[in-house]
Design a binder for this molecule. Sequence first.
Ligand code: 9WN
Length: 426
Amino acid sequence: MTARPPALAEEAARILQTNDRGGYSIPTAGLYPMQFNWDSAFAALGYRKLDPDRAWQEIETLLAAQHDDGMIPHIVFRGDCRGYFPGADVWQAGGAPPTSGITQPPVAAMAARRIFDLHGAPQPAERLDSMIRRLATWHEWFSRSRRDPGTGAALVTHPWESGRDNSPDWDAAMARVKPEPGLTYQRADLDHVDAGQRPHRADYDRYLTLVRFGVRLKWQQDNLAAQSPFRMLDPLITAVLARADSDLARLAADRGMTTEAEAAERRAAAWQSGLRALWSDGAKAVVARNPDSGEFSSSPTAASLLAPLAGIRDERILAGTLALFDRMASQTRFGAPSADPSCPEFDPCRYWKGPVWAVINRLIGWGLEDMGETARAAKLRRDTADLAAQSGFWEYYDPLTGEGLGGSDFTWTAAVYLDWAGEEGR
Ligand code: 9WN
C-alpha cells in the first residue's frame, strides 16, 4: 500500500523537524551526525515550506563556517560527531567549529534565490546582503582555486568534493591514486548501512590517502588543486556553478549590489564555456574529464544531464542530453539512475554507481523545467514522489525496484519532496 500525498508531506516535515539541531540540520542521525554543505542547501528548500526564516538560518549557519580564503567546507563538525569517520581529528583543517578541508557542490546560492523569489528577503534584509557577500567570496574562490585554466571547467581534488563519492566518473582517476602503505582505520558507515550499498574498502583507502595528502599541504587550496593525486573535471559542479552564479547575480542586482552582480554574471558565462569543454563526441554527452591528459570519461552519468541547469542552449548539447535522458529512462523503472545502466560499473544498490538520488533529480528537473521540457521534468518529479510513497524518505533508491537504500529518514530527500516532488498536480 502506498501512502497518500498529504500524509507523505507530513512525514517529510516530521523528518526535517527531527533532524533540526537548532539553526542547522544533520542529514540523518547516526550515519551523518553533523552539518554537510550541499545537504544544507537542499534542507533550506524544504524548511522554506515550514518556516522561511528557518530556511535562511540553515544557509547562514553553513556560510558562517567560511574559511579565510573564501571556501565553504563540505563538513562543519557541529554537535556530537562521534560515530562519523573521518572526524575533525583526521581532517585537521581548523575552524571553530572544526571543518573538513575541501568543499562541495555550491547549491546554496540557488536555494537562496529560490527562497527569496518565493518568500522575500529575511528580516532584517541586511541578513541577505551578508549572505550574498559570503556566497560571492565562495564563488570567487571556486574561480581562483578550482577552475582548470585549460578548459575553464571546475576541478575536484577529492571524490568527496564532488558529492558523488564512488561515481564511475572517478574510477579511472582513483585507480591511479596509490593508497598510503600501512593505513589503519575503522570505518563507521558500515555500522549503519549494509556494505553492499557503500563504497569498497579500496575506495576508502584512497579517500583517506587523499585527506592525508591535504593535511600535509596544510590545506593550501591552490597547491591542492595543482598537486592532488586526484584531479578531475566535474560536469556537476561546473553546471551548478554556472547556475548558482547566475542566481547570485540576480540576487545581488535585486539588492542593488551592482559590482557583485556583474562579477557573478561574468563567472556564470565562464562556467558555461567550461561545461561546453566537457562535451565528448564519443559519449555524445558532457562527461567528466581528466585535466592533464584531456581524456574523457568513457560513459556518461546523471551528472551528464545538467547542461539545461547551466543555461546551455546549444542544439547539439541539448539534443545529446535529452537523448541520454530518454535512453536512461527506458532502462530503469525509476529515473534518474546515478550511473548509466549500460555501463559495466552500473550497480543498482551501490551508492553513486546506479541508485537514484532525489537531489540529483531535483537538479536535473530544475534545468528541464527552465528549458520548457515539462514532460520529462514531470516524469522525474513523479518518479521521485513514487519512490517516497513506495519506500519512504531514504538517502537513495534502487532504480529498478524502488527499494530505499543507505540512511533512512533523510533530510535532503524529505526536503526535495516538500520543495518540488510532492507538488505535482497541485
Ligand atoms: C562524504 C551527507 C553526504 C553527502 C554526499 C554523500 C555522502 C559522505 C560520506 O554523504 O558523503 O562526504 O561519508 O559518505 O556522498 O553527497 O553530502 O549526506
